[in-house]
Design a protein around this ligand. Structure first.
Ligand code: B12
Ligand code: SF4
Length: 470
């Protein structure tokens, strides 16, 4: 259990009107451009649940439910406190919201936490509207901070749980509802909508929080403290509860940065999920090419026995040179091993009349140091993969990552506090030939890409639509 962090209300007895603002682009819960913008925020869900369990009520609305900044302003009026989970890609929205909040509630307090607060403290410190900035995990500090903000310094060091076993089950009714009739019908709130990875209603959840690798574009373990994984039985119990209460559930998305790690946990998952779950729901979850190569039998068992239908692998690149730049610690050979193994498993399952698993594959282009030949190799790898849903993005220099920090320090980043969250055709770095990448994705270099390939398994020639909002 998480420590109870009384006092429940401020010692002076004054009850505050508190607003938790869920962040995202305006309109994403009205008329969204795609499925991923509709997913719910587990950080907010977890912390609001903890607050509620400790007797502290927060109101909530989402910028995603609003279609104009005037509407955000109107809904913010009359609050004493604004609380936000700020990620780098929601920072521009948080920044603008804090300014509006202070304008309409000059005496109000703004409490912030989240990934951006953790990795880009200096940037947030320069904004006077942020009264408190909490770095790191908030589970064991949120109650005290919200009840007694005056007793905290401006910068607060977060305190997390030692294990995800201590996390309460998120009260999903604390998440924002879809804000249009059109969306309401297919959203399945408080479950989540179809994302193309499995039948709706969808339940997203986390079983682990930290990835131990150190890819230079990400390296989460440098800023997310280590914590124990959620026990297998708790995961299954939560799914069964959601199925019974809000279901029937259609499929699951396991949001872990790296699901296919820790063989002991995975073996228990293979043993218990098929036996204990109300239904063996298909799910999306992430692996790495090198862990697949390290534990191929376990990989195959997880796919076949637990209905792991969408295997997300951050292949990132099909070139050893670029994989080294990224410190991915995976090689071209690892990537092709994983692709061949999935093809073999998929072909066999199809022959038996079963649904073959597919790759959801993260690919980056426009990486500093990448040559045209490297980019051709990446596209060649995509075309070699039989069952693939590519998710391509131009490399973005996020703070928190080693490479991001370096490029920001060198003045090469084009991301600003007005626009961190970039669209596919946006340019994120100085010195990258984006015109070439646009042509590459539109299929203008198909001859070069397909040269020397023994088998082209993808009929698709235009990859422009696979560019993900990032
Ligand atoms: C699930 C996930 C997604 C999902 C869903 C996102 C969602 N709606 O929540 C999807 C797949 C859509 C996604 C997409 C992207 N994501 Co993402 N995602 C994650 C992931 C794996 C888990 C997030 C999560 O739920 N964590 C668990 C919760 C409990 O943690 P939390 O939200 O951080 O909250 C804790 C603390 O921050 C703190 N806290 C939070 N708020 C507050 C407030 C206060 C007052 C206090 C005191 C404390 C506090 O306490 C909480 C409990 O400990 C994280 C990595 C990770 N392991 O966290 C990346 C991560 C957040 N994503 C990231 C990125 C870059 C992206 C993309 C831009 C990737 C891309 N190139 O496409 C897109 C953009 C999405 C979009 N357009 O909106 C980065 C963000 C980097 C940064 N500096 O902010 C992360 C950290 C991964 C990484 N290392 O690159 N993502
Ligand atoms: S990119 Fe993936 S494997 Fe690399 S550190 Fe991040 S989560 Fe881990």
């Amino acid at each position: 259990m998480l420590k109870n962090l009384l006092p429940k209300e401020p010692s002076n007895g004054k009850i505050r009107r508190r607003l938790w603002l869920d962040l995202g682009d305006l309109g994403d819960l009205v008329n969204p451009a795609g499925p991923h913008e509709q997913w719910q925020d587990h950080g907010m869900g977890l912390l609001r649940t903890i607050l509620k369990n400790n007797g502290i009520e927060t109101d909530m609305f989402s910028t995603r439910q609003c279609t104009s900044w005037d509407e955000v302003e109107r809904r913010m009026k009359g609050y004493d406190m604004l609380i936000m989970n700020v990620r780098s890609y929601t920072y521009p929205v948080a920044y603008r919201s804090a300014k509006i909040f202070k304008r309409v509630n000059p005496k109000g307090l703004v409490l912030t936490g989240g990934m951006h607060a953790t990795v880009a403290l200096d940037e947030m410190l320069s904004v006077p509207e942020f009264d408190h900035i909490c770095q790191g995990p908030g589970e064991n500090v949120i109650v005290n901070l919200v009840a007694n903000p005056e007793s905290f310094d401006r910068v607060v060091l977060g305190v997390g749980a030692k294990s995800m076993a201590e996390w309460p089950t998120i009260d999903r009714t604390m998440w924002p509802k879809p804000a249009s009739k059109k969306l309401e019908g297919k959203f399945n709130w408080p479950l989540e909508p179809e994302s193309g990875w499995g039948p709706p209603p969808v339940a997203t959840l986390l079983t682990s929080r930290v990835c131990p690798w150190q890819c230079v574009f990400c390296n989460e373990n440098s800023y997310i403290p280590n914590m124990g994984r959620r026990p297998v039985e708790m995961v299954i119990e939560e799914l069964n509860y959601l199925d019974k209460t809000y279901g029937p559930l259609g499929s699951v998305v396991i949001h872990d940065s790296m699901f296919f790690q820790n063989p002991t946990w995975l073996e228990e998952w293979v043993d218990k999920y098929p036996r204990m779950a109300n239904k063996v729901w298909p799910y999306w979850a992430a692996a790495r090419a090198d862990t697949v190569r390290q534990w191929p039998d376990l990989f195959e068992a997880v796919i076949r026995k637990t209905n792991w239908s969408t295997v997300s692998i951050g292949f990132e690149s099909g070139s050893d040179r670029v994989l080294k730049i990224l410190n991915k610690e995976c090689t071209e050979a690892d990537n092709y091993f994983a692709i061949d193994l999935m093809t073999r498993i998929g072909d066999d399952m199809e022959a038996k009349g079963q649904q073959a698993p597919v790759f959801w594959s993260n690919i980056m282009l426009g990486i500093p140091g990448e040559t045209r030949d490297d980019a051709f190799k990446t596209m060649r790898m995509l075309k070699y993969t039989k069952r693939i849903m590519p998710s391509i993005s131009f490399y973005a220099p996020y703070p928190g990552s080693a490479l991001g920090h370096q490029l920001i320090a060198e003045g090469k980043s084009l991301m600003s506090k007005e626009n961190y969250h970039r669209y596919p055709d946006d340019e994120k770095l100085k010195g990258i030939d984006y015109a070439f990448y646009r042509d590459l994705l539109a299929g203008k270099y198909n001859e070069e890409v397909e040269r020397g390939m023994t088998s082209v398994r993808q009929g698709r020639t235009d990859f422009w639509e696979a560019l993900a909002k990032a």
